[in-house]
Design a protein around this ligand. Sequence first.
Ligand SMILES: Cc1cc2nc3c(=O)[nH]c(=O)nc-3n(C[C@H](O)[C@H](O)[C@H](O)COP(=O)(O)OP(=O)(O)OC[C@H]3O[C@@H](n4cnc5c(N)ncnc54)[C@H](O)[C@@H]3O)c2cc1C
Length: 383
Amino acid sequence: MLSHHTTDCIVIGGGVIGLAVARALRRDGLRVTLFERNTQPGGEASWAAAGMLAPQAEADAPGVLFSLCAASRALYPAFADELRAETGIDIELRTEGTLLLAFTDEEVQHLVEKRAWQTGAGLRAEPLTPFEAREREPRLSETIRGALHLPDDWQVDNRRLTQALVASTFRAGVDIHCDAGDIQPIIEKGRIRGVTALGKTWHAPLVVNAAGSWAARMSPELLRLPPASVRPIHGQMLSLHMQPPDLLRHVVRSARAYLVPRRDGRLIVGATVEDVGFTKQVTAGGVARLLAGTIEAVPLLADMPLGETWNGLRPLAEDDLPILGETDVTGLFCATGHYRNGILLTPITATLMADLVANRTPSLDPLPFSPLRFSKDMNQAHS
Ligand SMILES: Cc1cc2nc3c(=O)[nH]c(=O)nc-3n(C[C@H](O)[C@H](O)[C@H](O)COP(=O)(O)OP(=O)(O)OC[C@H]3O[C@@H](n4cnc5c(N)ncnc54)[C@H](O)[C@@H]3O)c2cc1C
């Protein structure tokens, strides 16, 4: 016979999203149990990311996703302070901003258009001549044709963020179980009652699916998402050692690579964008493309030592929007589909999910992100 546990909420997935949601629910006074499939939390996309907090660099137009991203960026300074106070871990929020580079007429035009809609929306986006850009970052290539400074697009060290969230949730008393194995739902009369996992029954009136790229891969009964609603988009990354360690201070982005300088002298270089299923491998071609983009932007980096290479899977929803909210099973929630912006969206996701669970009115309209937008497909897929 299975042994029984009772808790208030179960979170499935220990990336930044699951951890931050667990932390927010715990702060609301709920008893939270988190299941992670791997031997430790935070080892997938959350570890692989570059840590850019870049709503303006990422967006080509205003819209609900841009508003969500911008709202999350605004939460970051307080979020970083709280995590440091709780855990002693500095997530290294850097606010020097981002420089977008243009090398062709078309890329110059793209920056002109981006600046127009962003300044029109009251955001800061400062055009720079090549000379002015090199005044900010003297090592930039002499072949750039123009640049845009986005002073409010920042960065954090996402690996430190993951460590801080693990420490914070652990100290707050979230019950974390790794090597979780198969998780099966217990649903009665359209309402979640808990799950079976690790050979036990876990009773809970609330379950949150935060399983990243794997969110729609588990039992469809548990997840209430059609299989194609979330899929992985592979990204390859590498690092260089800057000499001197402050060779770059801004995040530097071109159409072919982004460069993210860390305080310890590492330069994070990303990323490929590959729709290749769950295959994860660093390839010669991927690394060659990233290095070509790097050296194009900052030729001196050709002389710098290589550090690591790695990769990860970004969870992409069918319609490019995150999936946040309650499913058609009462008490069963989803928090996934954050694609390229999951580090940025961590604090707003946690706040929004905690508000929805507690029936508080969220600061932003959650409707565009509701999992219910997939309900029709779900019923068709499983009929
Ligand atoms: C190369 C790359 C660069 C990126 N750069 C940035 C960036 O600069 N800025 C930014 O904001 N975002 C960036 N992202 C996106 C960001 O990393 C993701 O959106 C974010 O990490 C998603 O977090 P998550 O917790 O949903 O997913 P994950 O971190 O993948 O976590 C999901 C967790 O669920 C677990 N899991 C899966 N199935 C189960 C199961 N059955 N039971 C229990 N646990 C399970 C997994 O093991 C994993 O630990 C990048 C991503 C990649 C890959």
